[in-house]
Structure formats: structure tokens, C-alpha cells
Design a protein around this ligand. Structure first.
Ligand code: MG
Length: 197
């Protein structure tokens, strides 16, 4: 019998950390949104795996390097360690359709709203003997592409009003999240943890 896990797939910029209007390149620019770390700790305690799913087209644009992105993720886990928690996996997509790049164009399948990063995470869990229970798994983000990615991947999408907070745009495009929260803390404490199957 394959063990099943429930996962919170989390967008990064504007959901976990403040959107600074450009790509985060340094640890100093990476500032947690209030309560995000506590919320992640509570979700982990409730048995959720935490997986970061982030578009980082700044790589193809030459603004940020893969090494910088990876260092920021190390830093995020250092910040989460203060709350005795951590994220489990992270995936970033380096491409942008307007910035062709010989090294990164082969990753176009992963840019949200494409589901490539979620699919890869699901495959990686499976190869470690664990099946992602999509009915119990959520995708939380601040943009329409996050909600759309969650829907396409068969996950339960939640929009947060931090970052870009694209509530209007979701409505216009009829890309409907299951819930809209003021921030990640509210999404997790007032919805995810109360609505687990
Ligand atoms: Mg975002």
C-alpha cells in the first residue's frame, strides 16, 4: 500500500514573502509576510508537506541567478527553523516567453499556469514511495496563474490578497479559487486546517 501525503503547494513571492516589485536577489530583500512562518509551522504540525512552486523568470532575464534563488530557499528554511519547521521541497521555473534563452527555453513546460512543477513534485514524491493525495492538497498563491495552476493540477486553489492579490482578475477571467484569504496565515488557519477531508 502506497503511503499518501497531503501537500500545501505554496507560491513564494507575494505569498510567503513580500512582493518587492522585482525579483528577490538577496537575503536582505527576502522579508516574510507577517504570520507566514507560523502558518507553515501549523500546517506541518497538522501533517501537510510544504512544497514551494515559484516562477523565477528573472533567471532568463539575467536579473537573478539560480544560485541566488537557491540561497534564498536555504535562507527561507533558516527563517522557518526559528519556528522549528521547514519546507519540504522547492521548484522554480527559470523561463519567460518574452526572454528566449538557449539554456532555459526547455523549461517552458514548467512556467505557471502550466502544471509542470506540480507534476514534477508529484512524480518526485512517487519515486520516494509516497503518493500525493490531491483531494486533500491545496495550491495557495497571490496571482491568477497560481489559481489556474492549482485548478489545472487538480488541487484545491486558494488566493491570498497579499502580493498582487489578483482577486478582480480571477473574477474577470472566471478562474475561481475555492477560498480567498487576506494572507497565508488566514488561508491556513481559517480554511485549510478547518477544511481538510
Ligand atoms: Mg506570487
Amino acid at each position: 500500500m502506497v503511503r499518501k501525503v497531503k501537500v500545501l503547494f505554496l507560491d513564494r513571492d507575494g505569498t510567503i514573502n513580500r512582493d518587492i516589485g522585482t525579483y528577490v536577489t538577496t537575503r536582505e530583500q527576502f522579508q516574510l509576510i507577517k504570520g507566514a512562518d507560523v502558518a507553515i509551522a501549523l500546517a506541518k504540525q497538522a501533517g501537510y508537506e510544504i512544497v514551494i512552486i515559484t516562477n523565477q523568470a528573472g533567471i532568463a532575464k539575467g536579473i537573478v541567478t539560480p544560485e541566488q534563488v537557491e540561497d534564498i530557499h536555504v535562507y527561507l528554511n533558516e527563517l522557518l527553523a526559528v519556528r522549528n519547521t521547514s519546507f519540504d521541497r522547492s521548484y522554480y521555473c527559470p523561463t519567460h516567453p518574452d526572454y528566449p534563452h538557449p539554456e532555459y527555453d526547455r523549461f517552458a513546460w514548467c512556467r505557471k499556469p502550466e502544471t509542470g512543477m506540480v507534476d514534477q513534485a508529484v512524480a518526485d514524491y512517487l519515486s520516494s514511495g509516497v503518493e500525493v493525495d490531491k483531494m486533500q492538497s491545496f495550491f495557495i498563491g497571490d496571482k491568477t496563474v497560481d489559481v489556474e495552476c492549482g485548478l489545472r493540477a487538480g488541487l484545491r486553489p486558494i488566493l491570498v490578497r497579499t502580493g498582487h492579490g489578483e482577486e478582480e482578475l480571477c473574477h474577470e477571467r472566471r478562474i475561481t479559487p475555492e477560498f480567498v484569504a487576506d494572507n497565508l496565515y488566514q488561508a491556513i488557519t481559517e480554511y485549510v486546517l478547518l477544511n481538510a477531508c
